[in-house]
Design a protein around this ligand. Structure first.
Ligand SMILES: [Zn+2]
Length: 229
């Protein structure tokens, strides 16, 4: 299984699958899919990234980068300041048709059911308890707090039921790739040709820009020789 990843790593100069590098080391393997592949959907395998099964549905998903840890310090200066800086720094990569499989749909359904269940339970509990509880009961505020927590947890589950959450990918900090932790080896294998292609494209672009810079420098140097001061 590990061989697959190593093979993929060695084919791409641009890190497609990071192994044990930096922050991803603790979480194992993360697949990094170049943004152009995600945005166009071209050359993307029609395989679920997380489960490795053939995709049976495609959804529009916007991947966002994680908020850098240091920005949370700005909360001290005000939530609005923090929100503005976080929004400015956030990178977004839009996928018009991200592949999902039936297992993904099941994950989404489960989160939605749990979330809606908790919210309904919270609301019903408040209504019932409010009717039964004696006036001015000392445990009243505590119960209210418990139900509010129940509601919040339910809302978190509902938010996590979005297709973007189910996809569990993030835009990289530089906005160049979508990173998905714990990809299925079947996806990594299916994506290998696309990786090679993307890496070649990038290498060619880099080479072209290096050549251009070298040419510019050579021209400047020639110019300097032609017109000595
Ligand atoms: Zn899936």
């Amino acid at each position: 299984m590990m061989q697959t990843y190593e093979c993929v790593v060695s084919t791409g100069h641009n890190a497609w699958v990071h192994i044990g590098t930096g922050a991803t080391a603790r979480f194992g393997v993360t697949v990094a899919i170049p943004a152009p592949l995600v945005a166009t959907g071209q050359a993307m395998p029609d395989v679920c990234v997380l489960h490795g099964r053939p995709a049976d549905r495609h959804k529009r998903v916007i991947f966002r980068s994680k908020t850098p840890a240091w920005t949370y310090v700005l909360i001290l200066g005000g939530v609005i300041l923090f929100a503005i800086v976080a929004a400015v720094l956030q990178k977004r990569i839009k996928s018009p048709a991200w592949p999902f499989c039936p297992a993904c749909a099941a994950v989404r359904r489960r989160r939605l059911l749990i979330g809606v269940g908790l919210v309904v339970l919270g609301v019903v509990a408040v209504v019932v308890v409010a009717g039964v509880m004696p006036q001015g009961a000392s445990y009243g505020p505590l119960l209210v707090l418990a139900f509010v927590l129940l509601l919040l947890v339910g809302l978190v589950f509902i938010a996590r039921a979005s297709w973007a959450s189910v996809a569990s990918g993030f835009a990289s900090r530089n906005g160049m790739a979508v990173e998905v932790p714990h990809p299925d080896p079947a996806f990594v294998q299916a994506a290998a040709p696309a990786l090679q292609w993307a890496a070649q494209q990038q290498a060619a672009q880099q080479q072209a820009s290096t050549q251009w810079a070298a040419q510019q420098q050579a021209t400047r140097q020639r110019g300097g020789q032609q017109f000595p001061r």
